[in-house]
Design a protein around this ligand. Structure first.
Ligand code: C2O
Length: 551
């Protein structure tokens, strides 16, 4: 195993998109940021130097970070942010995971432009891809789907936080930072083009780095075969359309078996909530076989309608783990978490921008997550573990509820707000090291039912089953796939429905779980697990790195 060193300089750069010039935050002046390519088992040492004007952290999305929580990155959860002028070095090993992951800023909405691919190949000489073993893909193409605002995204979220209203939707969707040629006359040069070769099989590594938009993706005239998701291999699944939620990745093979020419890769929103504004534009990139006849416009794929939940369900439930799952031998912790968006009452004398003079609030089990500001949760708990000052009560409490406070029909709209007023809090749920954990994630419809891509840090999860309506243990546990469930780090909980996940709490530390729609994490759709180390609390964790930023 090798050790790779990288320097990430967070800095402004000037770019032009949709005919406007704008200064954006980047890593090393690149947008999207640099691709990091490693072999499974390698270690990464990434020194992040902040030359920008905002606080920043970097998260290695999907990396297990076994006992290296100090390198995970979510601000105020595992570290204080790196201030302008400061730096911090992330050190971790990527083991037992192969495929596509990514990295992104984990501060405010900086990840709109601060993100890049993290590609993990099998170890050299030991293993190869389990698919097309005798005919490995001729080339690999990272495809990062994103979202572009004409405004500075930090100002978009600041305005929304101030008023309590929903933030502006994005002005474009992007492929590798480019909106593509359907955004009016000036956008045609802003189109990602992939030169491909007839007859080859290529591996497309899709990453949904968009902030708030689940995406359908198709390549005109071509079928794709999914072979992996979230850096776990899947049984091959052939399809003409992918659904990728923010945070998720999908690896797909495509054989370039069409007549020479140009073909659009196109992506647009899956918008599960009714009546909630979304970016309904279409982003395009071009697959160019070269040598094609004529200069006609590329063939356009047919994408599902924005509200085509049936296609989403077909896609999601068709993914199966390549190998038999190694499930926890027993469930020691059975949790039931409601996830959804609700409304806060506006404080007296204020005027709020949400519906009927409210503020949007999102929650898990009615707790709307609040980040600490003086020290990260991991730092507070680590020092307490070693006999340091009791910071727990002042920074966070370990009383996150295992169940929602009230039971009702989770699919019903217009539930009385008195019954379901989210309560702000910095609460963690404590898990014993080694515990088998099952979580039922139940979507709610307090304000609007919506698909929520729930991401957990520091873990991969088996997704045993999903369905619509209220989870019914007696009936729905018969649907659990205990044989080859897909393993993911981000599970898309169906609109007005549920998903059941399992994992073993084998990684000590403090791990954030949240909706990967940034608008929802802004509103508090998050919580954290505190996993002890089986010795004391976190006494066996390595000491925090000396350059760990202070708040
Ligand atoms: Cu991809 Cu908490 O993040």
């Amino acid at each position: 195993a090798k050790e790779q060193y990288h320097e990430f300089v967070v800095q402004e750069a000037s770019v032009t998109r949709l005919c406007r010039q704008r200064s954006i935050m980047t890593v090393n002046g690149q947008f999207p940021g640099p691709t990091v390519e490693i072999s499974e088992g390698d270690s990464l040492i990434v020194r992040v130097i902040n030359r920008g004007r905002y606080n920043v952290t970097v998260h290695w999305h999907g990396v297990r970070q076994m006992r290296t929580g100090w390198a995970d990155g979510p601000e105020y959860v595992t570290q204080c942010p790196i201030r302008p002028g400061g730096s911090y070095t992330y050190r971790f090993t990527v083991a037992g995971q192969e495929g596509t992951l990514w990295w992104h800023a984990h501060s405010s909405w900086l990840r709109a432009t601060v993100y890049g691919a993290l590609i993990i190949r099998p170890r050299a000489g030991v293993a190869a891809y389990p698919f097309n073993y005798f005919n490995p893909p001729a080339r690999e193409i990272p495809i990062l789907l994103g979202e572009w605002w004409d405004m500075n995204p930090i100002d978009v979220v600041r305005t929304a936080t101030r008023t309590g209203a929903a933030p502006n939707v994005s002005d474009a969707l992007t492929v590798n930072g480019q909106p593509g040629d359907l955004y009016g006359s000036c956008s045609s040069k802003d189109t990602a083009t992939f030169a491909v070769k007839s007859g080859e099989t290529n591996l497309l590594r899709f990453i949904n780095a968009a902030l708030n938009t689940e995406l359908f993706v198709s390549l005109a005239g071509h079928t794709m075969t999914v072979v992996g998701a979230d850096a776990s291999y899947t049984k091959p699944y052939s399809t003409s359309v992918l659904m990728i939620a923010p945070g998720q990745t999908t690896d797909a093979l495509v054989t370039l078996d069409q007549p020479p020419g140009k073909y659009y890769l196109a992506a647009r929103a899956y918008a599960s909530a009714q009546g909630v504004p979304f970016d309904n534009t279409t982003t395009t990139a071009i697959f160019d076989y070269g040598g094609g006849s004529g200069s006609g416009s590329p063939a356009m794929p047919t994408l599902p309608a924005y509200n085509d939940t049936a296609t989403v369900t077909t896609f999601t439930t068709s993914l199966r783990g390549l190998r038999k799952a190694e499930l926890p031998s027993q469930v020691d912790e059975s949790l039931f978490f409601t996830v959804g968006v609700g409304l806060f009452n506006c404080s007296a004398g204020q005027s709020c921008g949400g519906p009927n003079n409210t503020r949007f609030a999102a929650s898990i089990n009615n707790v709307s997550f609040v980040l600490p500001s003086t020290v990260s949760i991991l730092q507070a708990h680590y020092s307490y573990s070693l006999g340091g000052a009791e910071q727990q009560g002042s920074v966070f409490t370990a009383d996150f509820p295992a169940n929602p406070p009230v039971q009702f029909d989770y699919t019903a709209q217009n539930v009385s707000r008195a019954l379901w007023q989210p309560v702000p809090g910095t609460k963690v749920y404590r898990l014993k090291y080694g515990a088998g954990v099952q979580v039922v994630l139940q979507g709610t419809n307090i304000f609007a039912g919506e698909n929520h891509p729930i991401h957990i840090h520091g873990y991969d999860l088996y997704v045993l089953a999903q369905g619509f309506g209220n989870f019914d243990a007696a009936k729905d546990s018969l649907l659990f796939n205990l044989d080859d469930p897909p393993m993911r780090n981000t599970v898309a909980v169906p609109v007005n429905g549920w998903a059941v996940i399992r994992f073993v709490a084998d990684n000590p530390g403090v791990w954030l779980m949240h909706c990967h729609l940034d608008v929802h994490i802004t509103w508090g759709l998050a919580m954290a697990f505190l996993v002890d180390d089986g010795v004391g609390e976190l006494q066996s964790l390595e000491a925090p790195p000396p350059d760990l930023p202070l708040c």
